[in-house]
Design a protein around this ligand. Sequence first.
Ligand code: BEZ
Length: 259
Amino acid sequence: MSGESRDSGPAQHWDPQRYNRNAGFVAELGAPLIDLLDPRPGERILDLGCGEGALTAKLVDAGAAVVGVDASPEQVAAARERGLDARVMDAETLDFDAEFDAVLSNAALHWMLDPDAVLRGVARALKPGGRFVAEMGGAGNVAAIVAALFAVLEARGLDPQSAFPWYFPTPEDYQGRLAAAGFAVSSIALIPRPTPLPGEMGGWLETFAESFLKQVPAGERPALIAEVTETLRPQLCDEEGRWSADYVRLRFAARLEAV
Ligand code: BEZ
């Protein structure tokens, strides 16, 4: 191993261009969530973890007044360039008070490791009776990718668990937390959804698995990515060379009970 530093900067960072290249499908696959939310013209809606705003823009197109929040200044800047009202905010310390008719969240809640703090903030942000509709990674999400990362890092004597950045709950776990935060749940389910990738597995790993990759020095990352990719090829790459990710979504709709 070289004397190069293992970690330079935050465990995960968001580059809007890299995200668009490797993860444009995230917003496209969020369309059913908008149907479930059923936004109405004039409603005030919070998009929690808005990223670069592709889904936020669809809510605006539906006639809603939308505020997007995200912890990444780079993603918020990209959302603002689309003309959206986007703000840098930590979802675990949301700063809104009974002002939204609905909260939407797509592919973001699994990055938030204190779910009860998030749910308290969402409940506080909603008007009584307000809707909370979201999709996130659920139990078993990207299990093959996680297993390959663990195997390759552990073979190098590293501790991948210490780099694990996600929370993938079961429906039972999340339903209990929603109820404790004051929500009545109308639907909640795990949805296995193998998801075709726009390119190679390496692009997905660079975009989403940065905290694991940063366990090795920058110069060793291409070899690490190649090894994880080859471990996954039999499971996640078809005969035509098309890659997919073994996503399992947790999708739910809930309503804040009036007190
Ligand atoms: C997801 O959307 O489920 C996901 C995205 C990146 C990393 C892990 C999970």
